[in-house]
Design a protein around this ligand. Structure first.
Ligand code: GDP
Length: 532
């Protein structure tokens, strides 16, 4: 069977939803899935959500891990497209995971709670998207409530997020007098009716933006909307595809996810506006999605679905070619060969076997540690994709085993948790006590719990004096490995190696770091490490 790779690539849309908790991501996800007939999954999205709200009691999250794997990637067919929706962890202590997931998408859908406007988590996630020039679609949710004025919201998004907003729809009223949205491009009105179980798409449609019937039927809300649209049309630039693709302009839609209103327009916009998979940079060359040979990159690892088996699933974003079950793949970092016969697809609530995949798709490969975050898979070519970020931790702890006989288990456990990206593990050059680095406190708790329950060793986690980490390198022109070694020797009391043996400087205070930077001008200090 010869798959028509370019056609398949053109059909793909891979995106994530970014939002602040409670803006409506789960609700919207469910409604999007309804359109593709994947109603079963909608239930699982809810189940996951139920657990997720107990954010302080993360053990609940743990219980639901099976569900969260199944719903962490959702694939649906809509019109002639295959849409991959990647879920992002809700709790900000796991933001590192989220950043990595965002490296695997080609577009993002930003959901704003119209009553709250731009919120902190949205701002943070958006910055990550902006750094990568990811195109953003904006959905302003909860118009059925008393919310901010649409002009103010538009202004807030532009000001706070530094993007030009181009309204594709405009609301007529809000809350109790929310009448619907005017579609500025189709020049029609979609009349709102409440109801969570509406299939969507069966809204009453009225032709024209200036239909004489509007004034009598929708009263002053229409008058107001009409005036605002005039203003917006004069002030806002028209939609520019290049600006959108560069992440500088965002089309904006208004709706109410819980009432399934305005959702289909967003889905249509994803198909019509969001880009198919693009060229991806690797160290050696750029890789085009329609190249015949398979390549992919591991952007997430989820471990121990079944704690008894220590299996873990590597989430691979296909970057090019055609993946078929059972094909031979090379793990470029180790040179090892992999022949995944069981591959997890995320199409439905149950794990299903997947037979083929193309650029933009996500495949889940169960393994016992052969695959690490950032790994590149190919059919044989030596290639390393770039761009998978690790952030310098901002919190540190020492970790020791309570029972010295369990030292081996501790090391093995930390090794795996480190590879999975659950925590960063540092081995100090001087001294034998391992150190943990995290972005959020919750990560330490997760690690302690998992060490005990999955690796059978109780860990003692105690405070430690460090608060800043920097990965260090030295360019060839500045002395390369020799100069780097000189630096490491001169600072051995505050040097460590991380999970992939990258030398890392650990310091207590920012002034200390500045002094070291000044003293060692040839050394580069990085707060961000890309690939392994
Ligand atoms: P998430 O945390 O972003 O996933 O948010 P959810 O989808 O769980 O929504 C948070 C709350 O807002 C839930 O109680 C939803 O029922 C509610 N919600 C979602 N969309 C709407 C909407 O359009 N209108 C109203 N009034 N409530 C909504």
């Amino acid at each position: 069977m010869s798959a028509d790779i370019p056609t398949q690539v053109r059909r793909r849309r891979t995106f994530a939803i970014i939002s602040h908790p409670d803006a409506g991501k789960t609700t919207l996800t469910e409604k999007l899935l309804l359109f593709s007939g994947a109603i079963q999954i909608a239930g699982s999205v809810k189940a996951r959500k139920a657990s997720r709200h107990a954010t302080s009691d993360w053990m609940e999250i743990e219980k639901q891990r099976g569900i969260s794997v199944a719903s962490s990637v959702m694939q649906m067919e809509y019109r002639d497209c295959v849409i991959n929706l990647l879920d992002t962890p809700g709790h900000q202590d796991f933001s590192e995971d989220t950043y990595r997931v965002l490296t695997a998408v080609d577009a993002a859908l930003m959901v704003i709670d119209a009553a709250n406007g731009v919120e902190p988590q949205t701002r943070r996630l958006l910055q990550v998207c902006r750094a990568r020039n990811t195109p953003i679609l904006t959905f302003v949710n909860k118009m059925d409530r008393e919310v901010k004025e649409p002009l103010d919201l538009m202004d807030e998004i532009e000001r706070e997020l530094g993007m030009t907003v181009v309204p594709f729809t405009w609301p007529v009223g809000m809350g109790k007098v929310f009448h619907g949205v005017l579609d500025l491009r189709e020049e029609q009105m979609r009349v709102f009716s409440a109801g969570a179980d509406r299939a969507g798409g069966d809204d009453e449609i009225l032709a024209g933006l200036n239909n004489p019937a509007y004034a009598s039927r929708f009263g002053m809300q229409y008058e107001q909307a009409h005036g605002e649209i005039q203003l917006v049309r004069e002030a806002a630039p028209s939609f520019d595809e290049a600006e959108f693709l560069a992440g500088r302009q965002t089309p904006m839609f208004f709706g109410s996810a819980v009432n399934n209103f305005g959702v289909r327009e967003v889905l249509d916009a994803l198909v019509d506006l969001a880009p198919p998979p693009a060229v991806r940079p690797a160290i050696q060359r750029e890789v085009a999605p329609a190249e015949p040979k398979f390549t992919g990159v591991v952007f997430k690892i989820q471990a121990n679905m079944d704690p008894a088996h220590r299996d873990r699933i590597a989430f691979v974003r296909v970057a090019s070619g055609h993946f078929e079950r059972g094909m031979r793949l090379k793990v470029v970092r180790s040179g090892k060969e992999l022949r995944p016969n069981t591959v997890v697809s995320f199409l439905s609530q149950r794990r299903e076997l997947l037979d083929e995949a193309f650029a933009g798709d996500i495949i889940g490969i169960p393994n016992h540690g052969v695959l690490q975050l950032g790994d590149t898979l190919t059919e044989g070519e030596s290639l390393q994709f770039t761009g998978l970020p690790f952030f310098a931790p901002e919190m540190f702890r020492m970790v020791e085993v309570a029972d010295p006989l369990k030292t081996k288990q501790l090391k093995a456990g930390l090794q795996q948790l480190g590879e999975e990206g659950a925590i960063q593990v540092f081995r100090p050059i001087a001294g034998s006590v391992l150190m943990l680095g995290a972005v959020g406190q919750l990560q330490f708790e997760v690690v302690a719990h998992r060490l005990e329950h999955e690796y059978g060793c109780k860990a003692r986690i105690s405070p430690c004096r460090f608060s800043i980490a920097r990965w260090v390198t030295c360019d060839e022109a500045d002395g390369g490995a020799k100069e780097l070694q000189r630096f490491i020797d001169g600072n051995s009391h505050r040097m460590a190696h991380d999970a992939v043996n990258a030398p890392t400087l650990l310091v207590e205070y920012a002034p200390e770091l500045r002094a070291i930077e000044n003293n060692w001008p040839k050394i580069k200090f990085h707060a961000l490490r890309e690939h392994a």
